[in-house]
Design a protein around this ligand. Structure first.
Ligand code: SF4
Length: 265
């Protein structure tokens, strides 16, 4: 996509500026697709299912081209403001690296990294559990017994798994960004104001939803309750820790997403 086309898309009066900065990037479930420049530019570049097929090399070629054009636009934009991005100081790069290293060792980031590993380990060990549950729900659906809704139960389980998987790594990624912002703020390094609270809020929302989803698994798998409870307890501890380190995150107002009177309609 060239700059003119992007500029044209950006002129859409329905857009909410910056809405994609603090969303969870789950566009398939987002009510604001018609108000998001990130979504419309992505749709423009990848208009149909086929063009979004990650198993197709054409997708990766196109994505690489898309990023290349974006980088060019950033370069041009910077040049118009008198900045040569190739002149960025080695010192700034070293400082940035050091901030990332410190962020990775922050207790919130360490725990969220561990949570992502725990999720993988749990799902690796739960393969049989899901196939047994599938058999159980299929039999119940075939018998059509009164008092149960196996189709709804299966959907609820699928949804819970999708939610856990969606946020599994995102919680860590958002917390890294939040901690990086906090370090910059405390060192008075110029950065996006309040970015750490916005990022921490997205991480907290991911934790809230994941805790709800683990609750669904807890109810569905009686014999695995102890293991699921362990995951729930560790996630709840992480949530409390994040709230302690980012006490203003919950009240951060995300453009469009948290503003009253706005909807995706
Ligand atoms: S705001 Fe919604 S549509 Fe835009 S990037 Fe985020 S999830 Fe996707």
């Amino acid at each position: 996509m060239d700059k003119d086309r992007l500029t044209m898309l950006a002129k859409n009066p329905n857009l909410i500026e910056g809405i994609h900065n603090y969303c969870d990037r789950w566009c398939e479930r987002c009510a604001f697709t018609g108000k998001c420049l990130n979504y419309s530019s992505h749709q423009e570049e990848f208009p149909d299912e086929g063009s979004r097929d990650i198993n197709n090399s054409a997708y990766w070629t196109r994505l690489a081209g898309f990023f290349h054009e974006m980088v060019q636009m950033v370069r041009e934009d910077a040049a118009e403001r008198g900045i040569n991005v190739d002149d960025i100081d080695e010192e700034i790069l070293a400082e940035d690296k050091e901030i990332t290293a410190r962020a990775e060792n922050h207790p919130c980031c360490e725990d969220s990294r561990e949570y992502a590993r725990t999720v993988n380990a749990w799902f690796d060990s739960a393969d049989d559990l899901f196939s047994d549950k599938k058999d159980e729900l299929t039999s119940a659906a075939l018998m059509d017994l009164p008092g149960g809704d196996p189709v709804a139960a299966a959907q609820e389980l699928n949804d819970a798994v999708d939610v856990i998987r969606w946020y599994q790594y995102q919680i860590y990624i958002k917390l890294i960004r939040a901690v990086r912002g906090m370090i910059r703020d405390s060192a008075d390094i110029e950065y996006m104001p309040d970015d750490s609270n916005g990022s921490a809020k997205v991480a907290l929302i991911g934790m809230d939803r994941s805790i709800g989803a683990w609750g669904v698994l807890y109810d569905a798998f009686d014999e695995w309750r102890d293991e699921i409870l362990d995951v729930l307890v560790s996630l709840e501890r992480l949530r409390k820790k994040a709230e302690r380190h980012f006490p203003e995150a919950r009240s951060f107002v995300r453009a469009g997403l948290d503003e009253t009177g706005r909807s995706g309609e």
